[in-house]
Design a protein around this ligand. Structure first.
Ligand SMILES: [Zn+2]
Ligand SMILES: [Zn+2]
Length: 419
């Protein structure tokens, strides 16, 4: 058996790992890198691939998968609502991003026609290779992939979080006996603050802003994080208006069809019912004049209605912008966080509103990653992916120095044999 790393090598984006056994090849994720220009993982020919597994719907894991459906098709496996979310995100990507993409809407549709839907923890076979999706606790439908073939066991974590959130249960544990693990490392350099304390501080800061007559903008991914923020506000009895905009609304409708994917569906329903849904520009103009919280895409302020909101609220110090997810270097959200500046009308301007981050992460923090690796026994090989700014190398060095494991931070195109 061999592993070929196609992307997410020392960066957060364009995930893709190919697993080849005697005569068969399974591709796990095939995503894009969202930067000023869109980046693709290393090439793998459609003829080589026998099946695709998608760990979750984020575009850095699923955004290039339709490329395999230009002519005919192969089965694509995932846990719902992954397909529904992928369809939503990729359609948006095709229509609104302005990026050049090497596939079209019909290819996405063809991919969806080849969807094979699974439940967590129910093993299935692909040509003699045993596969099971385990809950990853990252977004609804997100999975880790446990594979057994040719007497070897491999875990690909995808993006995962072992800590439960308001929306999701924490990632499921697997037993210790692995021959290899491919693990993400988004937060290998830092620990997350204690979650309940962070929630309390966040809600109390939102309350302060609204009570001084200001508006809080919370740029958040439409799928997952927006609903998490709504649930946090609801669970902490936030009594002021909360607006929700953009793709978050489509995702809410899809989640209503998948109560099994949520930790507390009743809390989610209450949060959704109490939020004010923004349907058009008239609603948006009213929202920015209302002392309230506005939850809107895009999560890193790259396009989406959040750009309109930034123009409307960033120049008044009564207001606040609270970032709630990882900001990839180079994105407008990262620039806002690091320099308190934002481009408005083509010009970079100082932001007068309060800017802060409350990272309600859906990824493991440093000690969670380390404790996962500490549970492995000596024979397991470790491959660290999906980390920026030295995090893949950092976690791989830790695993080899502290645990004595064979650990690598692969480069794109690297092939490793598991023997
Ligand atoms: Zn993700
Ligand atoms: Zn990711």
């Amino acid at each position: 058996m061999e592993l070929r790393f196609l992307g997410a090598c020392s960066e957060v984006g364009r995930s893709g790992v190919a697993l080849r056994t005697e005569g068969k090849c399974i591709l796990m994720d095939y995503g894009v890198l969202l930067d000023d220009e869109i980046g693709f993982p290393a090439h793998i020919s459609a003829r080589e691939v026998d099946a695709i597994l998608i760990t979750h719907a984020h575009l850095d894991h699923s955004g290039l998968a339709p490329l395999f459906y230009l002519r005919d098709g192969i089965p694509v496996h995932a846990v719902e609502p992954t397909f529904k979310f992928s369809d939503l995100l990729i359609k948006d990507f095709l229509h609104l991003s302005g990026y050049y993409l090497p596939y079209e809407y019909v290819d996405l549709k063809n991919m969806m026609d080849h969807a094979v839907r699974h439940r967590y923890s129910e093993p299935f076979e692909i040509d003699g290779i045993s596969v099971v999706f385990l809950n990853a606790g990252h977004i609804p439908g997100s999975s880790q992939v446990l594979i057994e073939a040719e007497g070897k066991r491999l875990l690909y974590t995808g993006d995962f979080s072992t800590t439960p959130s308001r929306l999701l249960n924490g990632a499921e544990h697997w037993d210790l006996d692995l021959d290899a693990i491919v693990i993400e490392s988004t937060y290998a350099n830092e620990d997350h603050p204690e979650r309940l304390a962070l929630e309390k501080e966040f809600v109390s800061r939102c309350r302060d802003v609204v009570e001084r007559g200001g508006t809080v903008l919370i740029p958040a991914f439409g799928v997952g994080r927006s609903q998490e923020v709504l649930s946090i506000l609801e669970a902490n009895n936030f009594e002021h208006p909360v607006h929700v905009d953009g793709m978050a609304l489509d995702a809410i409708k899809l989640l209503a069809e998948h109560p099994e994917s949520l930790r507390d569906f009743e809390l989610f329903e209450r949060a959704v019912k109490n939020a004010r849904w923004i349907n058009d520009w008239r609603d948006r103009r009213i929202a920015v004049k209302t002392p309230s919280v506005i939850v809107s895409p895009a999560g890193m302020l790259k396009g989406g209605a959040a750009v309109f909101y930034m123009e409307a609220i960033s120049q008044n110090k009564r207001n606040a912008i609270y970032l709630v997810s990882f900001q990839i270097p180079g994105t407008p959200g990262r620039t806002l966080l690091d320099k308190k500046k934002f481009v408005i009308g083509g010009k970079e301007r100082k932001v007068l509103a309060e800017v802060d981050k409350f990272v309600f992460s859906s990824h493991c923090g440093r000690s969670e990653l380390e404790s996962v690796l500490s549970r492995l026994d000596g024979g397991a090989k470790v491959f660290v992916v999906h980390g920026a700014e030295g995090n893949c190398e950092r976690l791989a060095s830790w695993a080899s120095e502290e645990l004595g494991l064979e650990a690598h931070a692969p480069r794109p195109g690297d092939i490793y044999k598991l023997e």
